[in-house]
Write a protein that binds this ligand. Sequence first.
Ligand code: FEO
Length: 404
Amino acid sequence: MMKKHVAANVSWIGYLDYELKQFHGSEYSLHHGSSQNAYLIEEGKTVLMDTVWMPHEFDFLANLKEVMHGDLHKIDYIVANHGEVDHSGSLPLLMQEIPDTPIYCTAAAVQSLEGQYGKLGWNFHVVKTGDELDIGNGKKLVFIEMRMLHWPDSMATFLTGDNILFSMDAFGQHYCCPEMFNDRADQNVMWDEALKYYVNIVNPFAPVLKAKLAELKKMNLPVSMICPSHGVIWRDNPMQIVEAYEKWCSADNREDQVVIAYDTMWNGTEKIAHAIAEEIGRQSPSTRILVYNIADSDKNDVVAEIFKARAVAVGSPTEINDVLSSVSGWLTYVKSMKFKNKRGGAFGCYGWGGGASKVIQNRLTEAGFTVIPETVDANWNPKEEDLAKVPAFVQDLLNDGYKA
Ligand code: FEO
């Protein structure tokens, strides 16, 4: 039986995905697995807080039955904080066994759940921010809509008395941590994964997050523990992850770092990339320089580094008046991150007809970067006169008023 004690009468009954390598299809790379955290609250009433991903539905149900001593009808309420399949995927199987059990969720979650699984006549109870559910023994669940963090249906739930915030995806990490709690986790892995999760999942909604964090502060909830839906439970100084989110969603989270990202066909664009890296080192020795061949690099990790960076230089050879497909797809992903307050520059080689740098400049502008007018373009392989453009390019790229 997999039921791990969290606090008081709250247990973890989720799924540890040790070997999972990809998430959201192939959109999100996992280097340390992941977990789907479902919870059970056993007070006067028994509450199931979310479920796990559909591939694990039979394991989840078998475990839940064992935990409930064979009687799933002992579950009085289900809370569905979010309709995404990694948390709701076991609901259809579960609801076949207990079809009348009330499901507490947002109005948008009714749409997302019915949209995915069909109109199955589930007993939905729609809740809004501030609505409460009495679960006996003097304790209540207080619901908090978390619209667009990161789906329209997202919600958090606060358990009074024990002061636990079930935050859903917010404050989570794709990190399979059997030790379960933040004070027992590998600190480097935990913070790297928390930042990567924030950048790739939450940062596109940073303005919404900022307003929500202010709203949560006003609610003055005495939070003693934060239980997200992925990764570690924040029990030691739980507000440290809230403070990190406040910093990450602020207007200026930049570090003294520049990312150079490119693809190359016959190594000419690569030579320019390396020349830019060396010049940054000459002009600004304190700046951390990261160079990636886009085609061979993990886009989720690279955008986490761009998030920290002051500037990005993007290069591609021209192919049929455009950039390489690897660069084009990558720029689409970068745009979806909605980065702010960063400079961008373009470079690349071309043979008979150019154009890649212009395409990159336009795409970076669309993605919210402040694009410098200088480019480093080379007809065929970069020659001395082409590389002579690098110092002015770097000077403008770093001319952002950055102060450490
Ligand atoms: Fe972990 Fe948005 O689901």
